[in-house]
Design a protein around this ligand. Structure first.
Ligand code: SIN
Length: 488
């Protein structure tokens, strides 16, 4: 399959290491496939441990002069990168839909969303302020400076092939770090196109290397154990995050972990029901249910339960599933056949335990990676659809009676990334917002993420924050300097 791009040179198939496009040492490649059609797109270079090591060493060397530059100079390069991404939104979106499957509208949105992190951190990187602390002795001053943490290694997921990269590369580069990235093997093309644009923007060699690879275990081990790497940042599943954190422990690396979620949407009797239905649907079915902040459990108070289910199901029946590049398609495939079979397993287990299928409940006839948008009722907190991250277009709608019960149900999970509340009573809104153990809470709104907010979770959803003024801290060391001898 050929991808039609206005600028065909954005379709890259080699690794980008130390400012050069290179093949792997062993000459290996792997296939990138379109999840909607199953068609082979291209073969991409498959790198291993040796190439990873070289990228890390190049990053260490490149950082020396980059971190010494005034923030304004680094900012200018990032700004040019942002402009180039925005000038190529359409091509980047086509690449993304082709390798990831999300509909073109969502891909365009993600490319712009991803670019916004580069723009934001280009500005914010100029504001890495220190501090002067009144010292307890008259002959001293206590000074605090913030310095780049060092070489950063990153592993990013397939569900956001662009934004999860820029959310890490933006702050890292803005404060003077270098970054070595392993993008998901399912979606390397977006990452490679991004680094091509960074190169065109004038980012010096070695500061941002991109390592396409299917050897996740070996490359991940190198990235998490190489002593040159001072900070490791990961977006992905909680089980994999735990392994990577353990691997980072031996060299005591700083880590940022954006892991799984099991987001509740709490809809109370006093909610604006149409708003709640629209919000729950937008969140649940975004990227065909494949985001960490997707509504996973929809909890509805008994007084409005039936009306909510009716409106929700009617809307879902109007979805058009298909190839995201085609006009009128509202929802694309899931990423792999294994993902589809996991989703279907969760649905069939829940149905066997008594769940009722309001709509969907089966793989779709569109192709081997399409699942029918599904709504389940008569569900309970013992079912897999309550306890596990579904990561697919399946909406279980649970019933609750009281506010206390709703908060307890929401918190009955090891995850703590995002939660959403639909209610009008302002006291209730505050009580519930403060009562739920989640890093991000949307009140009467599900579109809560952007470059200016701190994205991140509590409990087993991870640690650290990405985006916003807080997003810089994860890439900075605080250094205290005691200036003594001042009375002499
Ligand atoms: C995610 O769910 O992994 C990211 C979603 C977002 O940033 O909006």
């Amino acid at each position: 399959m050929t991808i039609q791009l206005k600028d065909p040179s954005l379709l890259k198939t080699q690794a980008y290491i130390n400012g050069a496009w290179v093949d792997g040492d062993k000459g290996e490649t792997f296939a990138v496939t379109n999840p909607a059609t199953g068609e082979h797109i291209v073969d991409v270079v498959n790198v291993g441990v040796e190439e990873t090591r070289r990228a890390i060493e190049a990053a260490e060397a490149a950082m020396k002069s980059w971190k010494a530059k005034p923030a304004k100079e680094r900012s200018a390069v990032l700004r040019r990168w942002y402009d180039l991404i925005m000038a190529n939104v359409e091509d980047l979106a086509v690449l993304m839909t082709s390798e990831q499957g999300k509909v073109l509208l969502e891909s365009r949105g993600e490319v712009a969303y991803g670019a916004s992190f580069i723009e934001w951190f280009a500005e914010e990187g100029k504001r890495v302020y220190g501090d002067i602390i009144p010292a307890p002795q008259t002959d001293r001053r206590a000074v605090v400076v913030k310095q780049p943490v060092g070489v950063v290694a990153a592993v990013t997921p397939w569900n956001f092939p662009s934004a999860m990269i820029t959310r890490k590369a933006g702050p890292a580069l803005a404060v003077g770090c270098a970054i070595v990235l392993k993008p998901a093997a399912e979606t390397p093309l977006s990452a490679l196109a991004l680094v091509e644009l960074a190169d065109r923007a004038g980012l010096p060699a070695g500061l941002f290397s991109v390592l396409p690879s299917t050897q996740s275990r070996d490359v991940g081990l190198e990235l998490t154990t190489n002593p040159i790497v001072k900070k490791f940042t990961f977006t992905g599943s909680t089980p994999v995050g735990k392994i990577l954190m353990k691997q980072c422990a031996d060299t005591v690396k700083r880590t940022s972990m954006e892991l799984g979620g099991n987001a509740p949407v709490l809809v109370f009797d006093d909610a604006d029901l149409d708003l709640a239905v629209a919000g729950a649907i937008a969140s649940k079915y975004r990227n065909s249910g494949q985001t960490c902040v997707c509504a996973n459990r929809i909890l509805v108070q008994e007084g409005v339960y039936d009306a909510f289910v009716e409106k929700f199901t009617a809307t879902v029946k109007g979805f058009k599933v298909g190839n995201g590049l085609e006009e009128g398609v509202t929802h694309g495939p899931v990423i792999t056949e294994k993902a589809l079979s996991d989703i279907h397993g969760m649905v069939t287990d829940s149905v066997a335990a008594g769940a009722k299928v309001e709509v969907g409940g089966e793989p779709s006839d569109q192709g081997s990676r399409f699942y029918q948008p599904t709504v389940l009722t008569n569900v309970n907190d013992q079912m897999r659809v309550f306890r596990e991250e579904i990561f697919g277009p399946v909406a279980p709608i649970f019933k609750f009676k009281t506010e206390e019960e709703a908060i307890a149900m929401a918190n009955d999970t090891e995850y703590g990334l995002a939660a959403y509340i639909y209610a009008r009573d302002v006291g209730r809104v505050w009580r519930v917002s403060e009562g739920v153990d989640f890093g991000m809470v949307g009140v009467n709104e599900v579109g809560i993420t952007s470059d200016v907010i701190p994205f991140g979770g509590m409990k087993e959803s991870g640690q650290g924050r990405e985006g916003s003024k807080y997003g810089l801290d994860d890439y900075l060391e605080i250094k205290y300097i005691c200036m003594g001898g001042l009375d002499n």
